[in-house]
Write a protein of this length. Structure first.
Length: 254
C-alpha cells in the first residue's frame, strides 16, 4: 500500500508510512525515483546572500563618505577657493566617487545572482510546504525582476506567498518586514535612476555640488534597503529551517 502521509512511496511492510516519512525531521536527500520537488536547505545560500547584502551596505557607507567629500570640496570651489589643497581634495573626491560607483555596480551584480538563487530555493521549499499556496508560477521568481511593469509587484507577491507557506502551522507571521523591504527597494530603485540621470547631466562645480544631497539620499536609502533585505533573507531562511525540522520532509510530485 502507498504511504498514508506522502502518497508517493510504498509503506513499510509492518506500517502505514514509508521509510522517508519515518526518517528524522529536517532536510533529507531525495532517494532514487523521488519526485523532482524536494526540500533543500536554504541555510547556506541564505547566509551567503546576507553577507553579500552586508557588503553592499558597507559599500554604501563608503559611497556616502565619498559623496560628502565631493559636496564639501565642490562647495569650496564654487566659493572661489582654488588653492592646491582644494584641488588635491577635488582629485581625491573624483577618485573615491568613481571607486564607489564601480564597487556598487559589482556588488549589486553579485547580490542579484546569489539572491535569485536563494529566492528560487526558498520558493521550491515553499511549494513543498504548501503546494496550492502560490498565485504566480515559479518562473516569475526570475522573470518578475526583469519583465517591465510587473517588476513593481510580482516579486513582493511571490515573497509573501513563500513567507506564508513557510510560517509555522496555525501561526502565520506578519508581513511588516516584507512590506518595509519592498517599499525601500522601490524607493532605492527610483531614487537611483533619478540621481544617475541627474549626475550624468552635471558638468559644472555648482551642478555637481547641487546634485550631491540627492546622491547622498539615494546612497542612504540603498544602505537601509540592503539591511532590510538581509533581515528578510535571514528571517525567511530561519523560518524554513525551523519548519523543516518540525516534521518529516514530505516530497511533492510535479
Amino acid at each position: 500500500m502507498l504511504c498514508t502521509r506522502c502518497h508517493h512511496f510504498e509503506a513499510a511492510p509492518d506500517g502505514v508510512l514509508c521509510t522517508q516519512c519515518t526518517a528524522p525531521a529536517g532536510f533529507q536527500s531525495p532517494p532514487v525515483g523521488a519526485p523532482k520537488l524536494w526540500l533543500r536547505s536554504p541555510v547556506g545560500l541564505g547566509r551567503a546572500t546576507a553577507v553579500l547584502l552586508a557588503v553592499a551596505a558597507a559599500v554604501d557607507v563608503f559611497a556616502l563618505g565619498a559623496d560628502f567629500l565631493m559636496y564639501d570640496v565642490t562647495g569650496d570651489v564654487v566659493g572661489g577657493d582654488l588653492g592646491d589643497d582644494v584641488l588635491d581634495r577635488a582629485d581625491l573626491a573624483d577618485t573615491l566617487t568613481a571607486v564607489a560607483a564601480s564597487a556598487q555596480a559589482a556588488v549589486l551584480l553579485a547580490c542579484a545572482v546569489v539572491y535569485v538563487i536563494w529566492f528560487w530555493r526558498v520558493r521550491v521549499n515553499a511549494e513543498v510546504f504548501a503546494p496550492d499556496g502560490h498565485r504566480k508560477a515559479r518562473g516569475w521568481v526570475i522573470a518578475g525582476w526583469v519583465v517591465p511593469f510587473v517588476g513593481f509587484w510580482y516579486p513582493r507577491r511571490i515573497m509573501l506567498d513563500v513567507w506564508d507557506a513557510s510560517s509555522p502551522e496555525g501561526r502565520p507571521r506578519g508581513h511588516a518586514l516584507v512590506n518595509a523591504w519592498w517599499t525601500l527597494w522601490l524607493l532605492t530603485t527610483g531614487a537611483g535612476r533619478f540621481v544617475s540621470s541627474m549626475a550624468g547631466e552635471a558638468d559644472t562645480s555648482q551642478e555637481i555640488h547641487d546634485s550631491m544631497p540627492q546622491m547622498m539620499f539615494a546612497d542612504g536609502v540603498d544602505l537601509v534597503a540592503a539591511l532590510f533585505a538581509a533581515a528578510v533573507v535571514l528571517r525567511l531562511t530561519r523560518m524554513q529551517d525551523e519548519k523543516a525540522h518540525q516534521g518529516p520532509a514530505v516530497p511533492v510530485a510535479v
